[in-house]
Design a protein around this ligand. Sequence first.
Ligand SMILES: [Zn+2]
Ligand SMILES: [Zn+2]
Ligand SMILES: [Zn+2]
Length: 167
Amino acid sequence: MENELQCGNCELVLTNEDEFCPRCGSLFEESVKCFTHPAADAEGVCVICHYAFCNECGSFVNGTFLCKEHEHYEVLQSLAVVAVCKETYESESLKNSLIENGLHPFLFSGKKSPSVYLPAKNSNAQNALDLAIYGSDEIKILVPFSEVLEAENILSSGEDKPVDHTL
Ligand SMILES: [Zn+2]
Ligand SMILES: [Zn+2]
Ligand SMILES: [Zn+2]
């Protein structure tokens, strides 16, 4: 395809209308400036908030560009960890509240190495959840980058939870 462009960093195939790579935050436009420093050239686009930042305000962490505010997120391919649970019932309850709000959470246990599948655009959320691996001491809840901020709102508005959201 003529209008295809491949990200040189993560090899995601994009169109040449894309200004940045949504998977790793690589910036393809030369003229973009930092969101907080209008005089500084941007080095990348935070995959969580989609603002462009200079290398003082953001950096590539394991190949993914994150701004200072979002650099604490643990990322796996196009997913970010939004909560860590110790108990299955906690993760089930958080998972369900995310699904009720139309998000697409993935669950991974801490002990087995995660095999991450990128959710297809129209993938059935329930299928995605079948990837959950239970039985170890830590369960991570991940959502696609585009859903992280919404997931944080949902998780922080819950009342009855002895769950640690601080990562
Ligand atoms: Zn990329
Ligand atoms: Zn950000
Ligand atoms: Zn800056």
